[in-house]
Design a protein around this ligand. Structure first.
Ligand code: BES
Ligand code: MN
Ligand code: ZN
Length: 497
């Protein structure tokens, strides 16, 4: 998608569809009032007779708009004139974007940023609009032999007051960078296990390194990991014919002195469960078990594209979890990179086994903070559903920063406790630690396991098992938590400036 910031009157915008707001109580927005004049009162008449009242979620299409330069006008219910909640605004712009795409229009001009949104500025409204249009225009067609030819909105114009022009351009640029990162993350996550292997993810990472000179990409092979002593990660890879890859991407935009934010993404390209094999229903969804890695790739692409003045490192431990004759067995004991021994009681708790070695490896980057992102536990889906990612952390300020970024982006997280009391569930009779802690508090004990490898720095863990993809009819990746992570990084950029 492409964006352009426009000045001038609404009626003067040349576009396939001009999008304008109507507020609660049948009040035309400023842009709608301008169009109304050009249309000799048509919009007032429509509103008066009740065809649209202004409630959030309503739309009304005028298929013709002679008297303006737009081919059509889409009126959208924008709620209270005095101001709407941020989540309502997201609903409003999503509805607009969805309607434009349902109509199969290639371009649109939105004036909806003339709405007042409580506690949010123009820049937020602009980037959110870009994200909404980008997200709604997303299609995953690459594996269809006859992809749908129906057009989607490729160009979004945003009309702003002349004084806001520069700020709006910056905000649209940021929104576009994030939207592109989300798109990359969705594409990778949607790609099935036979296409998206660890090797494929390494190729994508190397490609990012080629496109962006600011990204230094390294891929460790099985032998490299053996030499380092990543016994836990390699244990998971044993049962698969696909070779594991350990990918790092280093972005240094913040100068040599600034400690980096290290993002660790779980990259299980298919999780069969291994010998502790999963039941057949919905097992296909375990192709999404690399969404953590996909979101880190999306974030690094966005950071490089936007040339953010910070240092960020992405670490992607990538494996396939399969049950062949070499596979690890329940009861096996392995030695992790940290030296701690692990009793693998359940081979389906493989995410923590690859992440622990990545967390130990992260120390070498002298991180400011380390955040791991993982589709880690089914228990998190039960606890929080699809609305919030699970957040666990050994540092309150970092946790609060992430919660705030979740609020601001609408890609929310909810913190769960990481109390010492839960650690006992991981006691093992045969090794330093067991890889599972029983049925109770599964999301917390998974994070407890990780915490044993993250003692030397500020660390947070995002369990995205419930938020990373939609199940059912609209099955597919959501792009989360790229918006949260980007907001977290952009907030740090703003704080530093
Ligand atoms: N990738 C799964 C977690 C998962 C399950 C994500 C369902 C999304 C939906 C993870 O590797 C896993 O299998 N976890 C086990 C852990 C258990 C064995 C302690 C789980 O949640 O059942
Ligand atoms: Mn598993
Ligand atoms: Zn898994």
């Amino acid at each position: 998608m492409d964006t352009a910031i426009k000045r001038g009157t609404a009626r003067a915008q040349k576009t396939a569809c001009l999008v304008a707001g109507v507020h609660d109580g049948k009040q035309l927005s400023a842009a709608a009032a301008d169009l109304d004049h050009a249309l000799q009162g048509t919009l007032s008449r429509l509103v008066k007779r009740g065809d649209i009242t202004g409630k959030v979620g309503e739309t009304l299409l005028l298929p013709d708009a002679i008297g303006t330069r737009a081919e059509r006008i889409l009126l959208v219910g924008c709620g209270a004139l005095a101001g709407v909640q941020p989540a309502e605004y997201q609903q409003i712009i999503n509805k607009a974007a969805q309607t434009i795409n349902d109509l199969g229009l290639r371009d649109a001009t939105s004036t909806l940023n003339d709405c007042t949104v409580l506690e949010r500025d123009l820049a937020w409204k602009i980037s959110q609009t870009v994200l909404a249009f980008g997200g709604n225009a997303y299609r995953f067609n690459q594996l269809k032999s006859k992809p749908s030819k129906k057009p989607v909105c490729e160009r979004l114009q945003l009309l702003v007051a002349p004084a806001d022009f520069a700020a709006a351009q910056r905000a649209a640029g940021l929104g576009l960078g994030v939207a592109n990162g989300i798109k990359l993350s969705k594409d990778l996550a949607n790609l099935p296990g036979n296409h998206c292997t660890p090797r494929y993810l390494a190729t994508v990472a190397r490609g990012l390194g080629k496109t962006h000179k600011s990204l230094a990409v390294t891929v460790l092979e099985r032998a490299d990991m053996q030499a380092l002593g990543m016994g836990s990660l390699l244990a998971v890879a044993r049962g698969s014919a696909e070779a594991p890859k350990f990918i790092t991407l280093e972005y240094a935009g913040g100068g040599a002195k600034a400690r980096p934010v290290v993002l660790v993404g779980k990259g299980v390209t298919f999780d069969s469960g291994g010998i502790s094999i999963k039941p057949a229903p919905a097992m296909d969804e375990m192709k999404f078990d690399m969404t953590g890695a996909a979101s880190v790739l999306g974030v690094l692409q966005a950071v490089a594209e936007l040339a953010l003045p910070i240092n960020v490192v992405g670490i992607l431990p990538c494996v396939e979890n399969m049950p062949d004759g070499n596979a690890i067995k329940p009861g096996d004991v392995v030695t992790s990179l940290s030296g701690q021994t692990i009793e693998i009681l359940n081979t389906d708790a493989e995410g923590r086994l690859i992440l622990c070695d990545a967390l130990t490896y992260a120390k070498r980057f002298e991180p400011d903070v380390v955040i791991d992102i993982a589709t880690l536990t089914g228990a998190c889906v039960i606890a929080l559903g699809a609305h919030a990612s699970g957040l666990l952390s050994n540092h309150d300020d970092l946790a609060n920063e992430l919660l705030a970024a979740g609020q601001l982006s609408g890609d929310r997280a909810w913190r769960l406790p990481l109390w010492e009391d839960y650690q006992r569930q991981l006691d093992s009779n045969f090794a330093d630690i067991a890889n599972v802690g029983g049925r109770e508090a599964g999301t917390i004990t998974a994070a407890c396991f990780l915490s044993r490898f993250a003692k030397e720095y500020r660390w947070a863990h995002l369990d995205i098992a419930g938020t990373a993809w939609h199940s059912g009819k609209n099955k597919g990746a959501t792009g989360r938590p790229v918006p949260l992570l980007m907001e977290f990084l952009l907030s740090r950029v703003r704080a530093g400036a």
